[in-house]
Design a protein around this ligand. Structure first.
Ligand code: SAH
Ligand code: SF4
Length: 446
């Protein structure tokens, strides 16, 4: 395929999917494709989907409907539906029947076969479907990273936890850890190429290494990565609170380049609901962990995920969730309405909560969290913060944007475009979700 061909990828869902899209882009660029800016200009159009909640699925279906016109206007366009959604039982067939103009349907396990699948789809007259399970390896991927400062590095694929609401273990398969030497080599390469921040990715990074033949845990891996020269910030996601060890807290406290940000999805504040969710911790053990973190890593931020309206959640259970907000005082929380997923055990549990009640609960939860986030952020007024610059602000072009080590977004005014990747800003305005500031001086550390 020639140089003038273009591709466009839309990505939904988690960071692992963002990374997978970078791999798809890497393959396409190595095949001579360039990035398109609008759908109509693309010769290959890819939608990389998520299966975690029903809403995302509905969005995909309506998007695929709009592709029909694009296809009519450009019969040569190749249309690809990728990712976790198509991995679900019966989904690929359903989509093939409903949207016959889609050329390729592929699941996350076959990422490494994307180039041959694309060729197959180009020749085939009907939809090519490839959703089989496969050993997924990361090394040989030609990643086209979306950014020159920040990079995602997968350390494990899949998940063994089987939280009762979650579809991930079904669509991404069991947990497979990448060998540490391979990860270290990749991160060293990134650092040498100028990347300043890396995020280690896995569905549960804390159980890293349990499936390998030799002993290594996530704390050891973090330590090794933090010793690689040149890296300013190391992040990781996602951490399961059950497996977050004190050893990890101390490793993070001791390394200057591991960010003081703890994302610990709590999901619910009631022990009864946590039990039904199969989360493996209690509100007490979670609070204990938070106390250790706060004592050991001062000035850290703590964020979380919640699900409201899990089957059987009653008013008292929900009150326990609100109570945990007050007790922990999270910097931010990402709140979701429970969405039944086919094949998970929660989907068939009794006492499903009515939609109106779920909605009432999420509004109450969001409201309380906004108040808490606002108060916490106000404490930063007048302080100086180190930011890694992400570029021009998306909402206000007179401002630039960056993130603090604690993962807060700051929009800031600068007299001129920041030259280095790091600036110091003074915080002048605090909102619940973002901060505003002014750069003090360019602090080019590298
Ligand atoms: N592996 C990560 C995140 C998985 S999905 C973890 O264990 O934390 C990201 C978030 O989506 C979850 O933390 C949860 O809050 C939410 N989520 C997962 N399944 C859901 C469902 N069926 N309905 C609503 N929210 C869900
Ligand atoms: Fe899903 Fe639980 Fe695994 Fe996270 S840990 S991916 S919520 S099963």
């Amino acid at each position: 395929m020639g140089e003038h061909f273009k591709y466009l990828i839309a990505t939904m869902g988690c960071q692992m999917n963002v990374y997978d899209s970078e791999v798809l882009a890497g393959y396409l660029e190595s095949m001579g494709f360039a990035k398109a800016t609008v759908e109509a200009d693309a010769d290959i159009l890819i939608l990389n989907t998520c299966a975690v909640r029903q809403k995302a699925e509905e969005k995909v279906l309506s998007k695929l409907g709009t592709w029909r016109t694009l296809r009519e206007n450009n019969p040569d366009m190749l249309m690809v539906l990728w990712g976790c959604m198509v991995q679900q039982e019966g989904m690929a067939d359903h989509i093939r029947q409903r949207f016959p103009y889609i050329d390729l349907i592929g699941g996350p396990h076959v990422l490494g076969r994307f180039p041959e699948l694309i060729e197959e789809a180009r020749i085939a007259r009907s939809t090519v479907v490839c959703v089989e399970d496969g050993e997924r390896k990361g090394r040989e991927f030609p990643v086209k990273r979306g950014n020159t400062l920040f990079a995602w590095v997968p350390i494990s694929y899949g998940c063994n936890n089987y939280c009762t609401y979650c579809v991930v273990p079904y669509v991404r398969g069991p947990e497979r850890s990448r060998p540490p030497a391979e990860i270290i080599e990749e991160v060293e390469g990134l650092s040498q190429n100028g990347y300043r921040e890396i995020t280690l990715l896995g569905q549960n990074v804390n159980s890293y290494g349990k499936d390998l033949d030799y002993y290594i845990d996530f704390a050891e891996l973090l330590k090794m990565v933090s010793h690689i020269p040149g890296l300013l910030r190391i992040r990781y996601m996602t951490s399961h609170p059950r497996d977050f060890t004190e050893k990890m807290v101390h490793t993070i406290a001791q390394a200057t380049n591991i960010c003081e940000h703890f994302h610990l999805p709590l999901q619910a504040g009631s022990n009864r609901i946590l039990g039904l969710m199969n989360r493996g911790y209690t509100r007490e053990s979670y609070l204990n962990l938070v106390n250790i973190i706060k004592e050991t890593v001062p000035h850290c931020s703590i964020t979380t995920d919640f699900i409201v309206g899990f089957p059987g959640e009653n008013e008292m259970d929900f009150e326990m969730t609100l109570d945990m907000l007050e007790k922990v005082r999270f910097d931010a929380s990402f709140n979701f309405v429970y969405s039944p997923r086919e094949g998970t055990s929660a989907a068939t549990m009794p006492d499903q909560v009515p939609a109106t009640e779920k909605r009432r609960r999420i509004i109450a939860l969001n409201k309380l969290q906004t108040q808490i986030s606002q108060k916490i952020n106000e404490q930063l007024l007048g302080t100086r913060q180190e930011l890694l610059v992400e570029g021009k602000s998306k909402t206000d072009t007179t401002h630039f944007s960056g993130r603090t080590r604690t993962n807060k977004i700051v929009h800031f005014l600068a007299d001129e475009e920041p030259q280095g990747s790091v600036v110091t800003v003074e915080i002048l305005e605090a909102k619940a979700w973002t901060l505003r500031g002014k750069s003090i001086k360019d602090d080019i550390s590298f």
